[in-house]
Design a protein around this ligand. Sequence first.
Ligand SMILES: [Zn+2]
Length: 125
Amino acid sequence: MFEIKVSAEFEAAHRIAGYKGKCDRLHGHSWTVEAAVTGTKLDELGMLVDFKLVKGRLRELLEALDHMFLNDLEPFSAGINPTAENIAKYIYSEMAKAEFLTEDIKLKHIQVWESPKSSVIYTED
Ligand SMILES: [Zn+2]
């Protein structure tokens, strides 16, 4: 089994509605997002999947979030708090639509760091 990981960053503001404390107020983070893809079969070049494809898709998704107020964006505008957990789940669901994923090449998890020491992993395993 091979597992490849790529990561990228974005900066955005959010507020956690209903939180009893400072996180209820508008504030921002520099988020780091990692995508992990697994599989067992390598192509003729010896690659599971080109890093460039995974990184490209991840960057495209994060570009839409960069320097935004996350609470205003779908799916969070429907009243879903943009916590690290919900951001990870959202990015997972969007990343799972990538064309390079197949029967043999699967998205394993999305990990989101809200700070260097605090992260969440979302997986559907
Ligand atoms: Zn926060």
